[in-house]
Design a binder for this molecule. Structure first.
Ligand code: ATP
Ligand code: MG
Length: 777
């Protein structure tokens, strides 16, 4: 232990050695904050603090696991096992389970993922007969989520005229009603969504002082990593739990606060001193991660932000190579550059794939990178796409397992009631749903009593419903005595899910089968692991809890060597020898959606700071002069962030003077002899156009309200683009990319309206009018 502490520098040692009291460590990227937290925990235990009394909250479950492993090595596995460690969501889900009855929830409540939540909101919107183009489920969900994270319950919403007015102004006066239905339906299904895990914890701690006291006494020492990204709800939980003993240590970097769009509140870090008595503030200044060029370049970036704490970050590491900047003509070419650079580096310097990370602003950018890496046979892994547990075939199996644990789970039920098909069609499900809403019961409860309720169903249908109920109950009986693997294997066979895919026989079907097999292997691993640990049965409920809160970063076992692809948001806290920041273009990074206020732009800049500081040795900044966005070929300018780095840290691999659009006469092959000036792209839809600096500076409304108003504007302006209702067969139209063409046929309505067009150059194409901006000529 002493030896480990001696490896720390003096500034790092101080917060490790201070046993009691409130302390905050504010320090730049790579200065050892996470390392300090880890050693602090080990040292607390070394001084006799019981592991049960330590709560450590991290940004990902993976980070928690890694920390635990390191601590195990120091204090031993048996002791470390008792630490409370994880993300806010996973720790408080566990607490909510044991206290669920106090909130009127069953302890086996389901955790809805965002797909479940979105589907349910879609269903409610349909039942309320609202226009889905105005009330887009994902946007409504993010609104509800922002309310929940600010602790605005349905009741609080309806007591707040300002919020209601903001929604009404955005032409969505029914948001509150949707919110109310959504909350009721979740409750009826015995389900909580991600935000509920925090909201309900707050409710629990506020309404039940005895419960609060119990957990205050348990968690005598609390530690929080990435404190700058806690939202209001998380802040209140930490505050309540630490209030009694005030042994709290938070670490963070205001320059890395990147989740304001999800309600993270940087004031939590700025106000920490006011929240506790005698707060000790520690600053770490030495960066151990990155070469000097990277550290200093990152400093010059963050200097452009007005809102920041003054910090020094320096490093004793060697200068290292300069940051390389590369321009390409298209996004495909950008992908090829990245792939061939990785390829060369591997060949020339025997590097591993795992030493490279490709970071981007939006998930959609991964495709060009993937294509290029595949062509070079470079193995890669994408984090944050559709995670394993969200794939259809996996969610189908999990749907059955969820029903076993909580048969009220409406989303699971709707998913599997007729899959594989068993003759319970949509009309029947609709009737069941209406009855369930009427009786304020779950659909499954209605099904259990189907013989007593008159829903005008045929005897055949009733039989099928009874069979389904019996099947689920049968699974439940097995679950009482068998482990999770036995049950899952039984369910998969009994329901015919596997047979269905085997019959299918297509490559996609086979891939799905393999995924199910992989899931079963995972469950097997889990049950074996559980049995080894403490002779437990390896019960399904525990497995499902893990799954509900898993992110694919967590599933990374690091056992195979792959290039990592992820958004910058996900990369927080991680480090890689070589980092490519791709898509360094105006409107993409900084994002077009985030340039209407200074604070949004500053958040984008912090995001860039996070991206660059992931690199240990070499960073690349790449951009393309054109890329497909929203289905259109868009011209791009290099990101202002490149210019913001002092030039002595940069090496331009392509001449910077040609960084301006149209100079090189590119795209002539695409546009042919058409007049390009006609096709200057309009900016992708954004709430408000960028404003002058003085306008931005003058805009200082209450942050919460402002955010909500902006959200309103953004939502209302993403409505359909061009009016295509006047198009007719036979008309000659102009398309931005394909040029002149004649409409052969029109089909579909609304957002799904399509046109079949014969283009002079490209031949016959079917286009979705929503995306294809056509001009009649
Ligand atoms: P971020 O802000 O990105 O989360 P951080 O401040 O949490 O960064 P760490 O991840 O803890 O920084 O540390 C960065 C790197 O520096 C790690 O590889 C860590 O092992 C190393 N490091 C930290 N402190 C020291 C030290 N005193 N001696 C040697 N290496 C160190
Ligand atoms: Mg860290």
């Amino acid at each position: 232990m002493e030896a480990l502490i001696n490896q720390l520098n003096e500034a790092q040692r101080a917060p490790v050695l201070q046993k009691d009291g409130a302390m905050i460590v504010i320090a730049g990227a790579g200065s050892g904050k996470t390392r300090v937290l880890t050693l602090r925990i080990a040292y607390l235990m070394h001084q006799g603090v019981d592991a049960f009394n330590i709560l450590s909250l991290t940004f990902t479950n993976k980070a928690a696991r890694e920390m635990k492993e390191r601590i195990s090595k120091i204090v031993g596995h048996t002791e470390a096992k008792n630490l409370w460690m994880g993300t806010f969501h996973s720790v408080f889900a566990k607490i909510l389970r044991s206290e669920a009855d106090k909130l009127g929830y069953p302890s086996n409540f389901t955790i809805y993922d965002s797909q479940d939540s979105q589907r349910l909101i879609g269903q409610i919107i349909k039942e309320m007969q609202l226009d889905r183009d105005i009330y887009k489920p994902n946007q409504v969900l993010s609104r509800i989520s922002s309310y929940k994270n600010s602790l605005i319950t349905v009741k609080a919403y309806f007591n707040n005229p300002e919020l209601m007015e903001a929604d009404a102004m955005a032409k969505k006066p029914r948001i509150g009603d949707i919110y109310q239905h959504y909350v009721e339906r979740c409750f009826k299904s015995g389900a909580m969504d991600f935000d509920d895990l925090l909201l309900k914890t707050n409710e629990l701690l506020t309404l039940h002082p005895d419960v609060l006291l119990k957990y205050q006494n348990r968690f005598r020492y609390i530690l929080v990593d990435e404190y700058q990204d806690t939202n209001h709800s998380q802040y209140l939980i930490v505050k309540a739990l630490s209030d009694r003993f005030q042994n709290i240590c938070v670490v963070g970097d205001d320059a890395q606060s990147i989740y304001a769009f999800r309600g993270a509140n940087i004031n939590n870090i700025l106000n920490f001193q006011k929240d506790y008595k005698g707060v000790q503030t520690y600053r770490l200044e030495q960066n151990y991660r990155s070469s000097r060029n990277i550290v200093e370049a990152a400093n010059t970036i963050i200097d452009h932000n007005k809102t920041k704490l003054d910090k020094v970050v320096w490093t004793a590491n060697p200068d290292g190579p300069k940051i390389k900047v590369h321009r390409s003509i298209t996004d495909a070419e950008e992908g090829r550059f990245v792939a061939s650079t990785i390829f060369e580096q591997k060949m020339l310097h025997q590097k591993m794939n795992g030493e490279f990370a490709i970071l981007y602003r939006t998930n959609a950018q991964s495709r060009a990178m993937e294509d290029a890496l595949r062509k070079r046979d470079i193995p890669y892994r994408i984090y944050g796409g559709l995670s394993f547990y969200q794939r259809k075939e996996i969610k189908d199996v999990l749907g059955y397992l969820r029903m076993v644990i909580n048969p009220k789970d409406e989303e699971a039920l709707v998913r599997i009631i007729n899959f594989p098909t068993r003759g319970i069609g949509n009309t029947t499900v609709e009737k069941l749903n209406i009855a369930a809403n009427h009786y304020k019961r779950s659909i499954f409860e209605v099904m259990e009593h189907i013989d007593k309720i008159d829903l005008k169903l045929t005897a055949g249908t009733k039989n099928k419903i009874n069979d389904f109920v019996t099947m689920i109950k049968n699974f439940q009986v097995i679950n009482e005595t068998q482990d999770a693997y036995y049950l899952a294997d039984y369910v998969v066979k009994k329901t015919g899910l596997v047979q269905e895919l085997k019959k299918d026989g297509t490559p996609e079907g086979i891939a799905k089968l393999e995924n199910i097999e992989e899931l079963l292997n995972g469950i097997k691993d889990f049950t074996e692991g559980q049995k080894e640990v403490d002779g437990a049965r390896g019960a399904l409920a525990e497995f499902m809890e893990d799954v509900a809160l898993a992110t694919d970063l967590d599933n990374d076992k690091g056992d195979d060597d792959r290039v990592a692809l992820m958004t910058i948001h996900l990369a927080k806290g991680l480090e890689f020898p070589t980092v490519f920041c791709v898509g360094m273009e105006e409107d993409l990074f900084p994002s077009a959606m985030s340039m209407s206020t200074r604070s949004e732009l500053e958040e984008e800049r912090r995001l860039f700071y996070v991206a660059l500081t992931r690199a240990e040795h070499q960073a690349y900044l790449t951009y393309a002069q054109s890329r497909y966005r929203w289905g259109k070929l868009t011209d791009c300018d290099p990101s202002r962030f490149i210019e913001e780095i002092a030039p002595q840290y940069l090496e331009f691999l392509t001449p910077p003077e040609t960084n301006y659009r149209y100079k090189s006469g590119i795209n002539s092959d695409i546009f042919g002899d058409v007049d390009k000036s006609k096709f200057r792209q309009t900016k992708p839809v954004s709430g408000t156009p960028p404003k002058t600096l003085s306008e931005i500076n003058n805009k200082e409304e209450g942050p919460q309200i402002r955010k909500l108003k902006e959200l309103s504007k953004a939502i209302s302006s993403t409505k359909g683009q061009a009016d295509t209702s006047g198009l007719e067969q036979g008309q000659v139209v102009m398309h931005e990319r394909f040029g002149k063409g004649k409409i052969l046929n029109l089909e579909g309505v609304g957002a799904d309206r399509k046109a079949e067009i014969h283009f002079e150059v490209g031949g016959i194409k079917k286009l979705l009018l929503r995306f294809a901006k056509l001009n009649v000529i």
